[in-house]
Design a protein around this ligand. Structure first.
Ligand code: GDD
Ligand code: MN
Length: 373
């Protein structure tokens, strides 16, 4: 029997009341300062921190474990073969048994000294407490450029429209909520992209009791931001998903949009090759192959970002993808021909063939090329 948990144990550990979830990717230099800041900010509170690292090459996990060995309040989840801020937060939060969960960036840009105030708000009945840069006393000067600031404001407008909630900083990644609420919403989350807080708000069937707490967004001192064009595209995906009421899988939408883009590439290459004097069959074959390669690249970067193929696997993946899509094209032509022969309208017959080949390409490449579980 462990001495700490016995009935006579004067040293029985206090149940943890707050789990701080810290998503991190290449934040090694920030791990130790983060633990030290939490230790200072959360004095008197039973807390733990979970670093959720996506197998960062810089050794973020090792840095976290080195501290965890001596400090039981520190845990580390190392995810392999996966990427994504939102999904990392979900896994960290679901590993908690505390009363409350807080999510904070691992790069020290969020203000951990606000955590006790956020916890108080939850204890007084708030269902979601958001650290906001845009309420009186808040500040976003840590945004790295005027472009970032513009993007941020545009995103905020769209998100406010969509949620219908009066959230001044809907893009915030600094927030806290009761764990049971998170558990209830977990299965309804898309887990895509950067905007986990927004994902939670959208997942809730009933409006949440929200409190906003101002904070100053600090500039980054170590490491670099991971926000890029693809993250923005994923944000667009989250919005589309919401607009369609989750009837169509997000991955399919992305796959279909990439496919539509491929059609444009195909036509462009065909046109250029024809002008260069190539015969139609050769030009169309070239256009198709270029479009398929471009589609593979885009799907690998965007649709299947979380399962992205790297290194040598890219080549076998590309070959498989070309094979799958070629079969899809054969099915497309066969079905369209058959429908047309049955007296179908030519455009409808063509559209039916194309639709079936997109579904085929999607379903087969998901399992065969990217091996989605
Ligand atoms: N595990 C994991 N996996 N963590 C990640 C990943 C990932 O794929 N991508 C980013 N992170 C971690 C970073 O290491 C950092 O701790 C945190 O998530 C935020 O990422 P940054 O790259 O620093 O984001 P930012 O500063 O541009 O964006 C911030 O501002 C947004 C509002 O403008 C973040 O706070 C966002 O959450 C916030 O929405
Ligand atoms: Mn940051």
């Amino acid at each position: 029997m462990s001495s700490a948990s016995g009935p006579s144990g004067a040293t029985a550990p206090r149940p943890c009341s707050l789990t701080v979830v810290v998503p991190c990717y290449n934040e090694r230099a920030n791990v130790a300062p983060m633990v030290a800041s939490l230790d200072a900010a959360l004095a008197g509170i039973a807390w733990e921190v979970v670093f959720v690292d996506d197998d960062s090459p810089d050794g973020t996990s090792e840095a976290a474990r080195a501290i965890a060995i001596a400090d039981p309040r520190v845990r580390c989840i190392r995810r392999v073969g996966r990427r994504g801020l939102s999904s990392a937060v979900i896994e960290g939060a679901l590993s908690s048994s505390a009363d409350y969960i807080a999510v904070i960036d691992g790069d020290l840009q969020h203000d951990e000294t606000r955590l006790p105030v956020m916890l108080k708000a939850l204890q007084s009945g708030a269902e979601l407490v958001i650290g906001s840069r845009h309420v009186a006393g808040g500040d976003s000067q840590g945004l790295s450029s005027p472009l970032r600031e513009k993007l941020s404001i545009t995103g905020i407008r769209i998100a406010q429209r969509l949620t219908g909630a009066e959230i001044s900083d809907p893009m915030s990644g600094f927030f806290a909520l009761p764990r049971p609420l998170f558990e209830r919403l977990a299965s309804r989350l898309t887990g895509q992209g950067f905007k986990i807080m927004l994902d939670l708000v959208l997942a809730s069937p009933l409006p949440l009791k929200i409190t906003e707490i101002p904070y100053r967004f600090r500039p980054r001192t170590a490491g670099t931001s991971k926000l890029d064009a693809l993250v923005l595209a994923q944000f667009a995906g989250l919005l589309i998903d919401k607009a369609l009421h989750r009837t169509v899988p997000l991955r399919f939408i992305s796959f279909a949009l990439v496919g539509a883009f491929g059609v444009i590439i195909n036509i462009l290459v065909l046109e250029i090759a024809r002008r260069a004097g190539m015969n139609f069959a050769a030009a169309q074959t070239l256009g198709t192959v270029v479009a398929m390669i471009a589609n593979f690249q885009l799907n690998n970067q965007l649709t299947y970002r979380a399962q992205r193929l790297k290194g040598n696997k890219v080549w076998t993946g590309l070959l498989l993808f070309l094979l799958v899509c070629s079969l899809g094209a054969i099915a497309n032509i066969g079905i369209a021909r058959a429908l047309y022969a049955e007296g179908g309208h030519d455009i409808l017959a063509g559209a039916a063939g194309a639709a079936i080949s997109v579904v085929w390409n999607y379903a087969v490449s998901a399992t065969l090329v990217w091996r989605v579980r």
